[in-house]
Write a protein that binds this ligand. Structure first.
Ligand code: C2E
Ligand code: MG
Ligand code: MG
Length: 711
């Protein structure tokens, strides 16, 4: 086994330790806690393997549940503690690097299999115990028979002294004799019992074969049968029994009586039901929990032709804020109130509401007409949330976002359906919340790729999957190449080359933009130094590098940049950092300070995509900016001939304002010679665009610059 401090084996061991600590107090085992942990370790391993196995095997979960009964974990608390622990820690410690939602779904199914295995094992054990008692009783019956022949007195003693209920009837079912234990079970007197007929004792929950077995016995076609059977008590309650009925023959072997031995299992049955209830319901709200919901969803998705399902996945808006500001007790009360309201929205047959955890709820509707029903269900839920909730004298507004998935049974699995609902719910949230959205396959696919890309990003940087293309910046006056903008790309192993628009926003959201941006800066600065070394003489070639808003607020920005320049031996004035206009709108002094420091060192700052952010032109004076990069949309307006006169006026105005503030103007997206000429006439300084070159490898720029310098 691995001796590494944090290998899978250690994690498994840790899970077994936590599990044993949780369950041990609720066992009646004679083992010590460490011994008990050793006993759980192989069970933990089974769960861990079943969790990650390619296909789900309910038998594994059931076996673990059964093993818990074997290990004497039969106190009322034991199962729920074991399940809680699996719920909280199995995926965490044993999930490996699998897909979280799939792992959670698998863990939920394993829990329900454990609960089933546990209940079944408990039932089997009870039956086995009953069997032993019944066998003893049958032996007693032998004794009874003998005693019948011998002395009536001894028979009486055995009959009356038995702890289990004993009754004797003739073969027509007329009850002849019962003992005290049986009378106590039924809560009746001997008088009311005697003379009644066995066949009156039907109960709606009788197993289908019970009365067939009875008929066979009284026809002497079988010697005995064994079953679980319910009886009505006169007080209206139900008595559950383990019942063994035997045929009694006379001394000559002719069938004469039937003998019933029964043990009261009502309590144990209730306990089992309670255990099952606890394992499948949320303790706070009493709603069905994730486990039960998955069972129902699975069933709904496996239903036959013509059956459909509709799912509303609800997440409360801003619940965390309520929890944080009013405390968890208030948050809990809010959840209980929401649960009650949701419950009243889904009362029709085939509908259910469950709490998945936290402030996430689901409502499910099944049947042939969910296409029209599911929208109604979502409307009912939204309406139910409208009235504010009163807590501690405050009126709390409750809002929620719902993702709806609807479709035919038999096409998708529960994990996939839930993932789609989750994605759709997030779509409703990002559209402002307090609304519902309906899942569509295309949006799902986009979100899934986005999710896939996000999770693949960190490793991509380590694996060297990013590369940089450079696009020349050309002087409009003399046509020489003055530098280039560094544009990052990702060579994704499956999706091929991805442009920055596909992954920069994701990198910003996950924070990876900081190391990625630093890498781009490092590469580009080194590249600029390389161009200068090979291309001395004709003026320095500069490099433009884009900075994200997150990098701007990162405390290491100035220090990192200085170090990178020094290490490469590049002068600061050969570097231009591009910051988008939108990142600087409303920027305060704190945000501008690092930019100011960089600018003071001689690094140029360019305002990228200028003209898209509606910034106040008068504000430009405040900013430590030396270059305006006019957005592509202005250049596009000049594509037709003659160019739009309003566009021309605007560009002319911006250029003259920029020049009066001592700012240089670069134009982006120049695609034709006519545009270039127009922009030159308007006074723009530098241009960038496909007319000159598309972004390309660094060597290309070197060639271009040489051609320009010589030609
Ligand atoms: P940007 O800084 O405005 O970069 C210019 C974009 O316009 C580039 O798209 C470029 O390929 C494209 N372009 C250049 N000439 C033409 C033309 O003539 N016509 C048209 N239609 N497009 C042209 P790209 O490479 O897809 O980059 C998109 C944006 O991604 C960049 O916009 C920049 O904001 C961001 N970006 C690129 N690299 C980095 C990076 O290393 N770090 C950060 N933070 N952002 C980056
Ligand atoms: Mg740029
Ligand atoms: Mg730009």
């Amino acid at each position: 086994m691995s001796a590494e401090p944090d290998g899978p084996e250690d994690r498994l061991r840790r899970f077994a330790t936590i599990w044993s600590r949780a369950v041990f107090p609720a066992t009646s085992t004679s083992l010590t806690r460490p011994e008990f942990e050793e006993l759980l370790l192989p069970l933990a391993r089974r769960l861990s393997e079943a969790l990650r196995a390619r296909t789900y095997d309910a038998a594994e979960g059931r076996a673990v549940g059964a093993a818990l009964v074997e290990a004497h974990c039969t106190e009322p608390e034991a199962l729920s503690r074991a399940l809680d622990c699996v719920d909280a820690y199995l995926v965490l410690y044993c999930g490996g690097d699998g897909h979280q939602e799939d792992l959670r779904a698998r863990a939920a199914r394993l829990q329900s299999a454990m609960a089933a295995g546990y209940a079944e094992a408990l039932r089997q054990r009870t039956l086995a115990e009953q069997e032993a008692i019944a066998r003893a009783a049958l032996e007693a019956q032998g004794a009874v028979a003998r005693a019948l022949h011998a002395t009536e007195a001894r028979f009486r003693a055995v009959f009356e002294g038995a702890a289990i209920g004993i009754g004797i009837a003739d073969l027509d079912g007329n009850i002849l004799q019962v003992n005290g234990a049986l009378l106590r079970m039924f809560g009746v007197t001997e008088q009311t019992m005697l003379g009644r007929c066995v066949v009156e004792w039907t109960h709606p929950e009788d197993a289908p074969q019970v009365w067939r077995l009875y008929e066979e016995l009284v026809r002497a076609e079988r010697e005995h049968y064994h079953t679980e059977k319910a009886f009505h008590r006169p007080d209206g309650t139900v008595l559950w029994t383990n019942l063994t009925v035997s045929l009694l023959r006379d001394a000559d072997g002719n069938p004469q009586y039937q003998l019933a031995l029964m043990e009261d299992t009502t309590e144990r049955r209730l306990l089992n039901l309670r255990l099952r209830y606890e394992a499948t319901h949320d303790a706070l709200t009493g709603l069905p929990n994730r486990t039960l919901f998955f069972e129902r969803l699975e069933k709904a998705l496996a239903a036959g032709d013509g059956q459909r399902f509709g799912l509303c996945y609800l997440d409360l808006d801003g619940f965390k804020a309520i929890n944080d500001s009013l405390g968890h007790a208030a948050g809990d009360r809010l959840l209980v109130e929401v649960a009650d309201r949701l419950q009243s929205c889904a009362t029709a047959p085939g509908e259910m509401v469950a709490r998945l955890g936290g402030d996430e709820f689901v409502a499910l509707t099944t049947g042939p007409d969910t296409e029209s029903e599911v929208d109604d269900l979502a409307d009912r839920i939204m309406n139910a949330l409208v009235t504010p909730v009163r807590i501690d004298g405050r009126e709390l507004l409750v809002r929620g976002s719902i993702g709806i998935v609807e479709g035919p049974a038999g096409e998708r699995g529960p994990a996939e359906v839930l993932r789609s609902a989750d994605i759709t719910m997030y779509r409703a949230k990002s559209a402002g919340g307090n609304r519902y959205e309906v899942a569509d396959a295309e949006a799902d696919a986009r979100a899934i790729t986005r999710h896939g890309l996000t999770t693949a990003l960190p490793a991509a940087l380590d694996r060297g999957e990013f590369f940089i293309e450079y696009q020349p910046l050309v002087h409009l006056g003399d046509g020489t190449v003055r530098g280039a903008e560094a544009l990052v790309r990702w060579l994704h192993p499956q999706h091929g080359v991805l442009g920055p628009d596909r992954f920069i926003p994701l990198a910003e959201r996950t924070g990876l933009i900081v190391p990625l941006g630093r890498w781009v800066l490092e590469q580009s600065v080194r590249q600029a130094r390389e161009w200068q070394r090979r291309h001395g003489g004709t003026g320095p070639l500069r490099v433009n590098v884009n900075l994200s808003p997150c990098q701007l607020t990162h405390p290491g920005l100035v220090q990192d940049t200085v170090e990178i320049l020094e290490r490469a031996g590049l002068e600061p004035d050969a570097l231009c950092l591009e910051v988008t206009e939108s990142a600087l709108i409303g920027a305060d002094d704190d945000l501008l300070k690092p930019l100011r420091r960089l600018s003071e060192m001689g690094i140029d700052i360019a305002l990228d995509d200028f003209g898209t952010g509606y910034s106040n032109l008068a504000n430009l004076r405040r900013l430590p900016v030396r270059v305006l990069k006019l957005d592509r949309s202005f250049t596009q307006g000049m594509q037709q001939f003659p160019a739009d006169p309003v566009d021309l006026k605007i560009v002319e105005g911006i250029v003259s304002l920029a020049h009066s503030l001592d700012l240089a103007v670069t134009v982006e997206g120049v695609e034709t010679g006519a545009q270039a000429e127009q922009l030159r006439v308007l006074g723009c300084d530098t241009a960038q665009g496909w007319y000159y070159a598309r972004p390309g490898p660094p060597e290309r720029l070197h060639e271009l610059a040489l051609v320009d310098a010589t030609g």
